[in-house]
Design a protein around this ligand. Structure first.
Ligand code: PEP
Length: 252
């Protein structure tokens, strides 16, 4: 049995005070209401990493970043390295979110380097993949997602790939209110797991968590998370409201 993971992606939202308030509210609800074995991660903007971490100390909630550099250090103004995140004991980092791919031109080869940097500093990459609408409509979504996984993860050793979390996020479902059906999610998760199994063997494929992301809400979370190959979710919009986020966690 894989432990379920629910990760909230706050994106570029909240001020410092609002971030503290949201982290506190999530913590209070989680402490009172969430039982059972679920890992909770809040992926917050860089400036709020330490303060949110302080607000969830001694709970089951971990903190993650939303990106890191492919470089170790140096003259890269505005960038944040994996070493910096590790030095703040931040355990998770989202890599390859579709917004990074779309607005910042991040492609598979670059993401492979970022995955390497994250792992080299013992961060857990939450590696995102997923197809845009036109690819889904053409029916080539499986091939595209398989290519994304292969390009950014398949250079990893068995030891390394075991530390990765994959998030399947169909781009047409992100922030649109249009969720994949549980069957669509399960089908794609099974495709990814089969691909991981063909490359790394069944035991490793079975151990790698594959999260679903794309308009997960309290009313659809339970059905999606009950699919056999869906190991939790990456949640954007609904993670900005403590009540909704915690109800989603309870769906796991
Ligand atoms: C996301 O940003 O990863 C995401 C899934 O967003 P939303 O839940 O808002 O669709």
């Amino acid at each position: 049995m894989r432990t379920k993971i629910i990760a909230g992606n706050w994106k570029m939202n909240k001020t410092l005070e609002e971030a503290k308030e949201l982290a506190t509210e999530v913590k209070n609800h989680v402490t009172k209401e969430v039982t059972g074995n679920v890992k909770i991660v809040l992926c917050v903007p860089f400036p709020f990493l330490l303060v949110t971490k302080d607000h969830v100390l001694q709970t089951s909630i971990s903190i993650g970043a939303q990106n890191c550099s492919e470089h170790d250090s140096g003259a890269y103004t505005g960038e944040v390295s994996a070493a910096m995140l590790a030095s703040m004991t931040i355990p998770y980092v989202i890599l390859g979110h579709s917004e990074r791919r779309q607005y910042f031109g991040e492609g598979g080869k670059l993401l492979a380097k970022k995955v390497d940097k994250a792992l080299a500093h013992s961060l857990i990459p939450i590696f995102c993949c997923g197809e845009p609408l036109e690819i889904r409509e053409k029916g080539t979504h499986e091939a595209l997602v398989r290519a994304q996984v292969e390009e950014s993860l398949f250079h990893l050793s068995e030891e390394a790939v075991k530390k990765v979390v994959v998030a399947y996020e169909p781009v047409w479902a992100i922030g649109t209110g249009k969720t994949a059906t549980s069957q669509q999610a399960q089908d794609m998760h099974a495709v990814i797991r089969k691909q991981l199994s063909a490359k790394y063997g069944e035991a490793i494929a079975q151990a790698i968590p594959i999260l679903y992301g794309g308009s997960v809400k309290p009313d659809n979370a339970k059905e999606i998370f009950s699919c056999p190959d869906v190991d939790g979710g990456l949640v954007g919009g609904a993670s900005l409201k403590a009540r909704d986020f915690v109800d989603i966690i309870k769906g796991a």
